[in-house]
Design a protein around this ligand. Structure first.
Ligand code: ADP
Ligand code: MG
Length: 280
């Protein structure tokens, strides 16, 4: 039995199930707006609060346009231009990131956060080999020599199960299938051993069988490294298998948050109920 409060003033409270003890990431009251063509601003993310526990996989779900990506980018300090974030708090392992100078935030992001997007091949630079692109990240963040970086890229490719990794370093992005390219992106995200991986629709562009393989990989990497994962998807089926807890967004707001199994068994918001009944 969770106290929910009542009346309009209770709306500002984070929904029940939002907070976890000693979270890795803690977001409170995130509100993001964009200018409207006709003048004024439109709020696309409103008062979103969520925690990601240490070693936890939190699924952030909701239909297209509900504000998942803007939420994720904002908490990374990458608000899409020309968005504006209203007073909100983002903490990483207790350290407040809000208001950090851009350079500081960049450092934290480089050291602690890895990001994977929907379109792996489009996210890679077509003009460079994948080996060089991952090595570049390592050289920048760990200051590795060329030879050291190369060795570590092979290790990373092994970690994400790219077959014959040493032979693939010289290949260009277009020579990879979607699933393999997503493994390259994950390897790149792992390069600086992040504590939080933000994966924004990582399987959406992939064939169904490959989707499962990439999700299995994320689970395996979580086991291996203990990192936390914020898994963003419009597909409830994806979080059902993988997420420890799930947060549901609707029209820019977080309407429900709780352990995956509980939310699926007994959704507390009509929108979530609707989502669940639309599952195959
Ligand atoms: P989701 O990831 O859940 O599909 P988004 O977070 O990408 O949704 O978008 C939420 C809303 O914000 C959408 O209505 C989208 O059109 C709007 N939006 C996103 N980025 C921008 C931008 N750079 N400028 C104006 N509006 C934006
Ligand atoms: Mg999105």
């Amino acid at each position: 039995p969770v106290h929910r409060g009542k009346g309009a003033e209770a709306e500002a409270d984070p929904p029940a199930g939002t907070a976890v003890p000693d979270p890795l990431l803690s977001v409170r009251d995130l509100t993001v707006s964009f200018p409207q063509p006709g003048g004024g601003r439109v709020t696309v993310v409103q008062g979103v609060s969520l925690d990601v526990g240490k070693g936890e996989i939190l699924g952030l779900v909701g239909e297209s346009g509900s504000g998942k990506s803007v939420t994720a980018m904002s908490l990374l300090g990458l608000v899409p231009d020309p968005g504006r974030v209203a007073a909100s708090t983002v903490r990483l392992d207790g350290r407040e990131l809000t208001g950090l100078p851009f350079d500081e935030l960049r450092k934290v992001r480089g050291r602690e956060l890895g990001v994977v997007f929907q379109e792996p091949i489009a996210s890679l630079n077509p003009a460079y080999t994948v080996g060089d692109q991952v090595a570049e990240v390592l050289r920048e963040h760990d200051g590795l020599s060329r030879a050291q970086a190369r060795e570590r890229v092979v290790e990373l490719f092994e970690q994400v199960h790219i077959p014959n990794p040493a032979d693939r370093l010289g290949d260009y992005p277009h020579q990879f299938s979607g699933g393999m390219a997503q493994r390259v992106m994950i390897a790149m995200a792992l390069a600086c051993r992040p504590r939080l991986l933000v994966a924004d629709e990582p399987t959406t562009a992939l064939d169904v069988t490959v989707q499962g393989q990439v999700l299995d990989l994320l689970l395996e990497l979580r086991e291996q490294t203990g990192m936390s994962i914020l898994l963003i998807t419009h597909d409830l089926g994806v979080v059902a298998d993988v997420a420890d807890r799930v947060a549901v967004m609707y029209a820019g707001q977080l309407v429900e948050c709780g352990p995956t199994e509980e939310v699926f068994r007994k959704p507390s918001h009509p929108y979530t109920e609707g989502l669940l009944t639309s599952l195959p």
